[in-house]
Design a protein around this ligand. Structure first.
Ligand SMILES: Cc1cc2nc3c(=O)[nH]c(=O)nc-3n(C[C@H](O)[C@H](O)[C@H](O)COP(=O)(O)OP(=O)(O)OC[C@H]3O[C@@H](n4cnc5c(N)ncnc54)[C@H](O)[C@@H]3O)c2cc1C
Length: 370
């Protein structure tokens, strides 16, 4: 199944290309994000008054996919615009929306997610970071792991346990933390490939009532929206499509006889990526406003991650095993980096077992997916 963009979505993609084509030589990602923001292309699904265009999530997916395909770090879109921005849009007060959304949509402000901890990854109810009442606010203390973009971010959405309760889903609050506040320490963690991770230590970081997103203690209910779009797998798709292009270049460089033997295997994996992309677009097309169906996104996440991994595994075994030098487009280097990065695709945003549990859980209660 191949998923074509609608004419409107294709027009947005052309706008993204026009902005990026006009970038001065040597401009970095931050300049690119600012220009895309100035053209209102970073968050087209935000209302106009907050710097968007009032379009739906499927249009945002098309623009965002293109931004990733053009080689810009797609985590910026995924984490800042989707993770933090959409959470503020959906659950923030009017003051929080006015304070943060125009900055996010303009590409001037990056924001990160501080959800994962050493013992709390797929299961975010295991959060050990605490928020202790302090006057009209809280003192937040704990250690967050695997955070991306943190060194460039001004704020972060951080989960903390603010009360103990019989239900592990109760008592979690989400705070918008100023990363320059006293008590915040951000340390990089070495990574084989891709954007660096950061460990963030919070030591009695004071947050006021204006920093709480949604109701105190009831943050759990907000998390599906925070990580919903990530579960659509769009960042995996941009990687999968870049890796597919690299594999195609390697294949094209083989002698005819060897290429013919491998061509069918390649096309099968290419189809798997396109099929997964169709599911990812189905997930955003069936969203209810900003809310995505958990089961469809679990399929999208699994499908995109597994399709990308299968492509890379095959390319490593069949193409990288053949001795040869890197071509002009650097396809060998791209595939070698992919070998290091691909395993993360069934871990980030909740391990694959979690996605399978979500799918199984929905079927167990007999609900029909949209
Ligand atoms: C590229 C990348 C970017 C990330 N960015 C961020 C970020 O910006 N902010 C942030 O807060 N976090 C981030 N994370 C963390 C990410 O959300 C977690 O890695 C993810 O949720 C998995 O948690 P974990 O690493 O603790 O592993 P776990 O979930 O603890 O999994 C450990 C092992 O247990 C298995 N497992 C998990 N659940 C089950 C189950 N129900 N049944 C059976 N087996 C299971 C897994 O397959 C795995 O082998 C990022 C991770 C990656 C890889």
């Amino acid at each position: 199944m191949r998923r074509e963009l609608s004419p409107d979505q294709a027009a947005l993609v052309a706008e993204v290309d026009a902005v990026l084509d006009a970038l001065p030589a040597g401009a970095g990602p931050q300049e690119a994000f600012r220009r895309l923001g100035a053209a209102r292309l970073l968050a087209v699904h935000f209302p106009v008054e907050y710097g968007g265009r009032g379009l739906d999530l499927a249009h945002h997916a098309a623009a965002s996919e293109r931004i990733g395909l053009r080689g810009l770090p797609d985590v910026a879109q995924l984490i800042t615009v989707q993770g933090v921005g959409c959470a503020i849009l959906a659950f923030g007060t009017e003051a929080q929306r006015r304070r943060w959304l125009p900055e996010i949509a303009s590409g001037r402000l990056l924001a990160s997610l501080l959800l994962s901890e050493a013992g709390a990854g797929s299961d975010l109810t295991r959060v050990e970071t605490t928020g202790t009442a302090d006057g009209d606010g809280w003192l937040v203390s704990g250690r967050k792991t695997w955070s991306l973009l943190t060194d460039l971010s001004a704020i972060a959405l951080c989960s903390a346990r603010t009360r103990r309760s019989e239900s592990r889903y109760d008592g979690i609050s989400l705070f918008l933390v100023d990363l320059s506040a006293p008590g915040v320490r951000v340390e990089p963690v070495a990574r084989a490939s891709g954007e660096p991770y950061y460990t963030v230590t919070l030591d009695r970081v004071r947050v006021g009532p204006e920093a709480v997103l949604g109701e105190p203690h009831r943050g759990w209910a907000l998390l599906p929206t925070v990580i919903g779009f990530e579960r659509g797998g769009f960042d995996y798709l941009t990687r999968a499509r870049a890796w597919r292009d690299a594999a195609a270049a390697e294949l094209a460089a083989l002698p005819d006889s060897e290429r013919e033997v491998l061509a069918a295997d390649f096309v099968r994996r290419e189809f798997a990526v396109e099929n997964a992309r169709a599911v990812a677009y189905h997930a955003v097309a069936t969203a209810d406003g900003l809310e995505l169906d958990e089961t469809v996104t679990a399929y999208a996440k699994l499908g995109t991650g597994l399709a990308a991994q299968s492509l890379v595994r095959w390319a490593a075994e069949e193409l990288l095993a053949v001795p040869g030098a890197d071509g002009p487009g650097g396809s060998r280097s791209v595939l070698r980096a992919a070998v290091a990065e691909a395993p993360e695709l069934t871990v980030s945003g909740g391990a694959q077992e979690l996605q399978l549990d979500l799918i199984a859980g929905e079927f167990a209660i007999g609900r029909t997916i949209r």
